[in-house]
Design a protein around this ligand. Structure first.
Ligand code: HEM
Length: 537
């Protein structure tokens, strides 16, 4: 028992022995051994060598040496905050997912916003996609909706992901540029990859330089399924609609902000939340069935296509409120692990080949980044519902199964036999029909790479179109190789000749290059979609 005068409280309220003559806790090693001198290593004689037996020095340096973990291979720079999702009305007709069953039900959430290409220490305002990753700690396990602020993606098949990311990140020989699209490798890849054209239009638009994380939309990108208690499936695209509205900055402003305050976006979010201006988004669902999927002019499994809101209106079903900053950046923002394979009963995947590749990739990379298979035990990753399984051991295991039984089936009585399967409540995959010939060919239904790029262009106001042109001109003019610029413009001719001609003039091409022959002729009469323009929103 410590006397009142010998007790100090740590930051977490825990009790410490006070250092003599102070009101502060005694400094200790990791083993709890009180430290007498933290300023000098143990040495032999006045000017003699340092001694190996100085366990305090060795432990202190050893721990410092291991402070860093690998940064994320993509989305390395990000900022996470806590909040909750509130469901507006029961969605029992659509899904059995527990979080959607009751009006007003609140589900705790952790959200990490990020840039994609830049390293952990890069600036907040490059021209880039922003990650919008949401972890929902539901009563039936964690559901991670790992989205972006752009509704489509560069590639149609996950096997191309290492290529698009290698091309976008710093060039391997020189290690620069960081966090910018303006370089030969990126435009070389983009101009050789027609399926990236629609995404490029978004990247060159105002969407890629948001004013703040608070003024961005979020998109689950892929088509998912909702499955109700009767096993009926409805296709769904997930959207986050910011109640603050949509805002972007100009490139000129972005450059100045990056110089003056590279932490501009994280500071903005921190300031908003700590002053009580909690940002909010509404969860929007675009719901459709097989009939619509068959009728829709593009393949709903193709992640380079969106479904215009005019064709399938968005139903707003709840709100996400971000109301609490992290207590420890490393423990929470850095160690959080979002994973597309984390879905709950009532939600399911589709055969989108990008989504299926992602389901492998996240867990695989996190095993390395977070040092073993037990990162789900870290508080930010741990479910907030009961967890019971027979997995055990591995680095840093803290919640091994209790008792004698660590396998099943087993015949031990309830108190030591552990958990049992639950066919009624457990996750069961939607029984989609499969079959066909094994092959590596892209489906014909994925072949149109330009029509929606054109639709996006035509949906933009003249001011926004001018921004897109100047972004293409600025970025392509950083390309040293004229043939890459010309090839890119040749591809843009499939989007719109106005765009191609203005970009060609801007980058000093005297002749408009021949149109790149498309795999499939674009549809030229798709109606514009007002929801795609920031200025109309
Ligand atoms: C990380 C979104 C495609 C692999 C992330 C993060 C987001 C994201 C938001 C950051 C998560 C965080 O904040 O911790 C997306 C979207 C995609 C996409 C919306 C396409 C629609 C892919 C693909 C792959 C992939 C195709 C690989 C096949 C990764 C990896 C990480 C990551 C390895 C790092 C995860 C970690 O270290 O924790 N992605 N991504 N992504 N993504 Fe994706």
């Amino acid at each position: 028992e410590l006397g009142e005068e010998q007790v100090a409280r740590g930051a977490g309220g825990e009790t410490h022995q006070t250092a003599e003559g102070t009101d502060r806790p005694t400094l200790t090693t990791q083993q709890g051994i009180p430290v007498a001198d933290d300023q000098n290593t143990l040495r032999l004689g006045e000017r003699g060598p340092a001694l190996l037996e100085d366990f305090h020095f060795r432990e202190k340096i050893f721990h410092f040496d291991h402070e860093r973990i690998p940064e994320r291979v993509v989305h390395a720079r990000g900022f996470g905050v806590h909040g909750f999702f509130e469901n507006y009305e029961p969605l029992t007709d659509l899904t059995r997912a527990d979080l959607f069953q009751r009006a007003g039900a609140r589900t705790p959430a952790f959200v990490r916003f990020s840039t994609v290409a830049g390293n952990k220490g890069s600036a907040d305002l490059p021209r880039d996609v922003r990650g919008f990753a949401v972890k929902l700690y539901t009563q039936e396990g964690n559901w991670d909706l790992v989205g972006n602020n752009i509704p489509v993606f560069f590639i149609q098949d996950a096997i191309k992901f290492p290529d698009v990311i290698h091309a976008a990140k710093q060039e391997p020989d020189r290690g620069f540029p960081q966090a910018q699209t303006a370089h030969d490798n990126f435009w070389d890849f983009a101009s050789l990859t027609p399926e990236s054209t629609h995404m490029l239009m978004w990247i060159m638009s105002d969407r890629a330089i948001p004013r703040s994380f608070r003024f961005m939309e979020g998109f689950g990108v892929h088509t998912f399924r909702l499955v109700n208690a009767e096993g009926r499936s409805t296709y769904v695209k997930f959207h986050w609609k910011p109640k603050q509205g949509l805002q972007s900055v100009l490139w000129n402003e972005a450059v100045k902000i990056n110089g003056a305050d590279p932490d501009f976006h994280r500071r903005d979010l921190w300031d908003a939340i700590t002053t009580g201006a909690y940002p909010e988004w509404e969860l929007g669902l675009q719901l459709f069935d097989d009939d619509f999927a068959d009728r829709f002019v593009f393949d709903v499994l193709d992640p380079t296509k969106l479904i215009p809101e005019e064709e399938v209106p968005i139903r707003r079903v709840g709100r996400l409120v971000l109301d609490r900053v992290v207590e420890n950046f490393f423990a929470e923002t850095e160690q959080v692990a979002f994973c597309t394979q984390n879905i709950v009963p009532g939600i399911d995947f589709t055969n989108d080949p990008l989504l299926q590749g992602r389901n492998f990739s996240y867990l695989d990379t996190q095993l390395k980044r977070l040092g073993g298979p037990n990162f789900t035990q870290l508080p930010v990753n741990a479910p907030k519902c009961p967890v019971a399984h027979f997995q055990q051991d591995g680095h840093m295991a803290m919640t091994n199964p209790r008792g004698r039984a660590n396998y099943e089936p087993n015949s031990w009585p309830a108190d030591i036999g552990g958990p049992r399967e639950d066919p009624a409540r457990g996750f069961s995959s939607y029984p989609e029909q499969g079959g066909g010939t094994k092959r590596r060919l892209r489906p014909e239904s994925f072949a149109d790479h330009y029509s929606q790029a054109r639709q996006f262009w035509e949906s933009q106001t003249p001011v926004e179109q001018a921004h897109i042109v100047s972004a293409f001109v600025f970025e392509l003019s950083k390309c040293e190789r004229p043939d890459i610029r010309a090839r890119m413009v040749a591809g843009l001719r499939n989007v719109h000749d106005d765009l191609a001609a203005q970009v060609a003039a801007g980058v000093g091409l005297t002749d408009l290059p021949h149109r790149l022959p498309p795999a499939r002729e674009p549809i030229t009469d798709l109606p514009a979609s007002t929801a795609l323009s920031i200025l109309h929103n």
